[in-house]
Write a protein that binds this ligand. Sequence first.
Ligand code: ITT
Length: 195
Amino acid sequence: MQKLIFATNNQHKVEEIRALLGKRFQIVTLAEAGIHIDIPEPYDTLEQNAREKAMTIYRLTGISCFGEDTGLETMALNGDPGVKSARYAGDERDFAANTQKLLNMLEGKTNRSARFRTVISLCLNGTEHLFEGACEGQIADIPRGDKGFGYDPVFIPLNSNRTFAEMDLAEKNQYSHRGKAMEQLVRFLLNQQNY
Ligand code: ITT
Protein backbone atom coordinates (compact mmCIF):
# COMPACT_ATOMS: atom_id res chain seq x y z
CA MET A 1 0.00 0.00 0.00
CA GLN A 2 1.60 3.29 -1.08
CA LYS A 3 1.76 6.08 1.41
CA LEU A 4 0.20 9.43 0.53
CA ILE A 5 0.47 12.56 2.65
CA PHE A 6 -2.70 14.66 2.79
CA ALA A 7 -1.48 18.27 2.82
CA THR A 8 -4.14 19.75 5.08
CA ASN A 9 -4.42 21.15 8.58
CA ASN A 10 -8.17 20.55 8.60
CA GLN A 11 -8.88 17.39 10.63
CA HIS A 12 -12.50 17.31 9.41
CA LYS A 13 -11.29 16.85 5.83
CA VAL A 14 -9.02 14.00 6.98
CA GLU A 15 -11.91 12.23 8.72
CA GLU A 16 -14.15 12.54 5.64
CA ILE A 17 -11.48 11.18 3.34
CA ARG A 18 -10.54 8.31 5.65
CA ALA A 19 -14.24 7.33 5.90
CA LEU A 20 -14.35 7.25 2.10
CA LEU A 21 -11.09 5.39 1.46
CA GLY A 22 -11.33 2.77 4.17
CA LYS A 23 -8.16 0.67 4.12
CA ARG A 24 -7.39 1.09 0.41
CA PHE A 25 -4.67 3.71 0.87
CA GLN A 26 -2.45 4.79 3.73
CA ILE A 27 -3.24 8.45 4.30
CA VAL A 28 -0.77 10.31 6.50
CA THR A 29 -1.68 13.68 7.97
CA LEU A 30 0.75 16.58 8.27
CA ALA A 31 0.82 16.15 12.04
CA GLU A 32 1.58 12.42 11.68
CA ALA A 33 4.39 13.30 9.24
CA GLY A 34 5.79 15.71 11.85
CA ILE A 35 5.07 18.76 9.71
CA HIS A 36 3.69 21.75 11.54
CA ILE A 37 3.31 24.58 9.07
CA ASP A 38 0.45 26.73 7.93
CA ILE A 39 0.47 26.29 4.16
CA PRO A 40 -0.26 29.60 2.42
CA GLU A 41 -3.30 29.92 0.15
CA PRO A 42 -2.29 33.10 -1.65
CA TYR A 43 -4.01 32.63 -5.01
CA ASP A 44 -7.43 33.52 -6.35
CA THR A 45 -8.22 30.12 -7.85
CA LEU A 46 -8.89 26.81 -6.10
CA GLU A 47 -6.57 25.07 -8.58
CA GLN A 48 -3.56 27.23 -7.73
CA ASN A 49 -4.12 26.98 -3.99
CA ALA A 50 -4.53 23.19 -4.13
CA ARG A 51 -1.30 22.99 -6.14
CA GLU A 52 0.51 25.20 -3.62
CA LYS A 53 -0.51 22.88 -0.76
CA ALA A 54 0.58 19.69 -2.54
CA MET A 55 3.81 21.11 -3.94
CA THR A 56 4.85 22.72 -0.63
CA ILE A 57 4.63 19.36 1.11
CA TYR A 58 6.22 17.42 -1.76
CA ARG A 59 9.19 19.80 -1.74
CA LEU A 60 9.56 19.30 2.01
CA THR A 61 9.21 15.51 2.09
CA GLY A 62 9.75 14.03 -1.38
CA ILE A 63 6.74 11.81 -0.59
CA SER A 64 3.76 11.68 -2.96
CA CYS A 65 0.94 13.78 -1.57
CA PHE A 66 -2.23 15.63 -2.35
CA GLY A 67 -3.82 18.86 -1.23
CA GLU A 68 -7.23 20.28 -1.91
CA ASP A 69 -8.91 23.65 -1.88
CA THR A 70 -12.65 24.05 -1.49
CA GLY A 71 -14.95 27.01 -1.98
CA LEU A 72 -18.66 27.67 -1.50
CA GLU A 73 -20.04 29.65 -4.45
CA THR A 74 -23.44 31.36 -4.18
CA MET A 75 -25.37 32.57 -7.22
CA ALA A 76 -26.87 35.66 -5.57
CA LEU A 77 -23.42 36.86 -4.46
CA ASN A 78 -21.75 36.29 -7.84
CA GLY A 79 -19.76 33.29 -6.64
CA ASP A 80 -18.79 34.60 -3.18
CA PRO A 81 -17.36 33.54 -0.79
CA GLY A 82 -15.67 31.17 -3.30
CA VAL A 83 -11.93 30.94 -2.91
CA LYS A 84 -12.21 33.27 0.12
CA SER A 85 -14.47 30.84 2.02
CA ALA A 86 -12.05 30.14 4.88
CA ARG A 87 -11.54 33.82 5.75
CA TYR A 88 -14.91 35.26 4.69
CA ALA A 89 -15.54 36.95 8.06
CA GLY A 90 -11.86 37.55 8.92
CA ASP A 91 -8.45 35.99 9.41
CA GLU A 92 -9.62 34.03 12.47
CA ARG A 93 -11.20 31.52 10.04
CA ASP A 94 -14.13 31.16 12.42
CA PHE A 95 -16.74 28.71 11.03
CA ALA A 96 -19.70 30.25 12.89
CA ALA A 97 -18.72 33.83 11.99
CA ASN A 98 -18.26 32.89 8.32
CA THR A 99 -21.65 31.18 8.26
CA GLN A 100 -23.36 34.12 9.95
CA LYS A 101 -21.80 36.55 7.47
CA LEU A 102 -23.08 34.42 4.59
CA LEU A 103 -26.60 34.41 6.04
CA ASN A 104 -26.43 38.20 6.51
CA MET A 105 -25.25 38.74 2.93
CA LEU A 106 -28.10 36.57 1.61
CA GLU A 107 -30.80 38.25 3.71
CA GLY A 108 -33.71 39.29 1.50
CA LYS A 109 -32.34 37.43 -1.55
CA THR A 110 -34.70 34.92 -3.13
CA ASN A 111 -32.02 33.02 -5.02
CA ARG A 112 -30.27 30.83 -2.44
CA SER A 113 -28.63 28.46 -4.93
CA ALA A 114 -25.08 27.52 -4.09
CA ARG A 115 -22.39 25.08 -5.04
CA PHE A 116 -19.43 23.62 -3.19
CA ARG A 117 -16.44 23.04 -5.42
CA THR A 118 -13.30 21.05 -4.51
CA VAL A 119 -10.10 20.86 -6.53
CA ILE A 120 -7.55 18.21 -5.56
CA SER A 121 -3.93 18.46 -6.67
CA LEU A 122 -2.15 15.12 -6.51
CA CYS A 123 1.61 15.25 -6.70
CA LEU A 124 2.60 11.70 -7.64
CA ASN A 125 6.36 11.16 -7.84
CA GLY A 126 6.70 14.87 -8.66
CA THR A 127 4.05 15.04 -11.41
CA GLU A 128 0.79 16.89 -10.82
CA HIS A 129 -2.70 15.53 -11.57
CA LEU A 130 -5.87 17.59 -10.93
CA PHE A 131 -9.32 16.30 -9.92
CA GLU A 132 -12.49 18.26 -9.32
CA GLY A 133 -15.85 17.65 -7.67
CA ALA A 134 -18.89 19.86 -7.22
CA CYS A 135 -22.11 19.65 -5.24
CA GLU A 136 -25.13 21.83 -6.09
CA GLY A 137 -27.59 22.88 -3.41
CA GLN A 138 -29.29 25.66 -1.46
CA ILE A 139 -28.37 27.81 1.51
CA ALA A 140 -30.79 27.24 4.41
CA ASP A 141 -32.42 30.18 6.23
CA ILE A 142 -30.98 29.16 9.59
CA PRO A 143 -28.19 26.73 10.63
CA ARG A 144 -29.32 23.15 11.33
CA GLY A 145 -27.37 20.15 12.67
CA ASP A 146 -24.19 19.70 14.67
CA LYS A 147 -22.09 17.36 12.51
CA GLY A 148 -19.50 18.30 9.91
CA PHE A 149 -17.71 21.66 9.80
CA GLY A 150 -17.56 25.04 8.10
CA TYR A 151 -20.71 25.93 6.19
CA ASP A 152 -22.26 22.45 6.63
CA PRO A 153 -25.09 23.66 8.93
CA VAL A 154 -26.48 25.91 6.16
CA PHE A 155 -25.85 23.81 3.05
CA ILE A 156 -28.67 21.57 1.76
CA PRO A 157 -27.50 19.44 -1.18
CA LEU A 158 -29.80 18.88 -4.14
CA ASN A 159 -32.16 15.90 -3.66
CA SER A 160 -32.05 16.18 0.12
CA ASN A 161 -34.00 18.22 2.65
CA ARG A 162 -31.32 18.02 5.30
CA THR A 163 -28.16 20.06 5.72
CA PHE A 164 -24.72 18.43 5.54
CA ALA A 165 -24.48 19.01 9.32
CA GLU A 166 -27.49 16.71 9.77
CA MET A 167 -25.75 13.85 7.91
CA ASP A 168 -23.10 11.40 9.05
CA LEU A 169 -19.76 11.23 7.18
CA ALA A 170 -20.80 8.39 4.86
CA GLU A 171 -23.98 10.14 3.76
CA LYS A 172 -22.27 13.50 3.22
CA ASN A 173 -19.61 11.73 1.15
CA GLN A 174 -22.29 10.35 -1.19
CA TYR A 175 -23.40 13.85 -2.12
CA SER A 176 -20.37 15.97 -1.55
CA HIS A 177 -17.93 17.90 -3.68
CA ARG A 178 -15.02 16.33 -1.79
CA GLY A 179 -16.49 12.82 -2.12
CA LYS A 180 -16.82 13.25 -5.89
CA ALA A 181 -13.32 14.66 -6.33
CA MET A 182 -11.91 11.84 -4.18
CA GLU A 183 -13.73 9.20 -6.24
CA GLN A 184 -11.86 10.44 -9.30
CA LEU A 185 -8.56 10.46 -7.44
CA VAL A 186 -9.13 6.88 -6.28
CA ARG A 187 -10.08 5.71 -9.79
CA PHE A 188 -6.92 7.33 -11.14
CA LEU A 189 -4.68 5.76 -8.49
CA LEU A 190 -6.20 2.31 -8.93
CA ASN A 191 -5.48 2.53 -12.66
CA GLN A 192 -1.84 3.42 -12.10
CA GLN A 193 0.74 0.72 -12.44
CA ASN A 194 2.33 -0.29 -9.14
CA TYR A 195 -0.93 0.33 -7.28
P1 ITT B 1 -6.56 23.31 4.50
O1 ITT B 1 -6.26 24.49 3.63
O2 ITT B 1 -5.55 23.10 5.58
O3 ITT B 1 -6.85 22.05 3.74
P2 ITT B 1 -8.92 24.87 5.24
O4 ITT B 1 -9.91 24.69 6.37
O5 ITT B 1 -8.15 26.15 5.19
O6 ITT B 1 -7.95 23.61 5.30
P3 ITT B 1 -10.08 25.33 2.57
O7 ITT B 1 -9.26 26.55 2.41
O8 ITT B 1 -10.12 24.35 1.46
O9 ITT B 1 -9.69 24.55 3.91
O10 ITT B 1 -11.61 25.62 2.86
C1 ITT B 1 -12.16 26.85 2.92
C2 ITT B 1 -13.28 26.87 3.91
O11 ITT B 1 -14.44 26.35 3.24
C3 ITT B 1 -13.11 26.00 5.14
O12 ITT B 1 -12.46 26.66 6.16
C4 ITT B 1 -14.55 25.71 5.50
O13 ITT B 1 -15.07 26.76 6.26
C5 ITT B 1 -15.23 25.67 4.14
N1 ITT B 1 -15.39 24.30 3.71
C6 ITT B 1 -14.54 23.54 2.96
N2 ITT B 1 -15.05 22.33 2.76
C7 ITT B 1 -16.26 22.30 3.36
C8 ITT B 1 -17.26 21.33 3.53
O14 ITT B 1 -17.13 20.10 3.03
N3 ITT B 1 -18.35 21.65 4.23
C9 ITT B 1 -18.50 22.88 4.76
N4 ITT B 1 -17.60 23.85 4.66
C10 ITT B 1 -16.48 23.57 3.98
